[in-house]
Design a protein around this ligand. Sequence first.
Ligand SMILES: Cc1ncc(COP(=O)(O)O)c(C=O)c1O
Length: 345
Amino acid sequence: MDNNNNIDWAHLPFGYVKTDYNVRCTYRDGKWGEIEVSDSETIDLHMAATCLHYGQEIFEGQKAFRGVDGKVRLFRIKENARRLRASATGLAMAPVPEELFVKMARMVVKLNERFIPPYGTGSSLYIRPIEIGITPRVGVRPADEYLFVMFVTPVGPYFKDGFKPTKVAIYREYDRAAPCGTGRWKVGGNYAGGLVATERAKALGYSAVLFLDPKHKQYLDECGPANFFAIKDGVYITPKSDSILPSITNDSLQQLARDMGLKVECRPIPLEELEDVQEAAECGTAAVAAPISEVDDMDTGKRYVIAADGRPGPVTTELYHRLQAIQRGEAPDIHNWTTVVDECD
Ligand SMILES: Cc1ncc(COP(=O)(O)O)c(C=O)c1O
């Protein structure tokens, strides 16, 4: 078998690389069927499927890591299973059982073992589960049948040029989700809703948009694909909002912050409070923690400079290293967050 000696593991982008297999399961007649292993990259879909017309599409994102001991670890995989179930419930879709989700994640990782990047490259195997409504419908109603697919793709380190802070932008004319809408679920449409703002910000050199809460436009919500946290006088502060995705990384960083003796506050954060924070970052599976140097309010012209020296803050740096050390098996997994793929068969 080709051992992928030709893949430049350390320089992979966050993109799609074809792997050997994906796994699929279909919900029909009120129950989930058998798991199928497929080597096809495409899905045969009816043109009237509800996912194409009425947005019944939800997904997840997590990573498998090759550890210092050679073992392959999944990180808090059950949390992703639970979040997908919450998303399904939010969109009147059939929830995937937690055990099925975890079984398929282990299977798809093992089936594509030769694509798991080696330890020390900073790369990992990204797992992308998607669930779609596949019943043909023209009237607006939920599907009766659902397809759940998990595929994997090796992805490179998020910080190719080093762990450096970047700038983010605020625009009041765009929301990614409505106040009582789908923001708390991982729904494709939320990302579509944020694309214009994000492309606009990126064209000006920003790494992301920091969305304000859609109801009051007063409090910080989250970035396009990541949660937000800040460090203020030794306290880890992070937004409490019904329109943001509950990030598993953020939840883990809160625990690690407590382990480090910090207080954690999950509460509405007024935009102006950025004046008083010493550190800020985006957090999520892709980057773990991406430090923010400056938040620019594009409507008022106000600039909140957080890392004037252009260097990441000490707490963000420590949190970033602590979480990665657990994911890579370098530090004891004291919170029982990891699942070793070969040990759970
Ligand atoms: C909108 C949004 N918020 C937050 C996150 C971070 O979530 P997690 O830490 O579970 O990856 C993501 C990425 O998954 C996201 O897409």
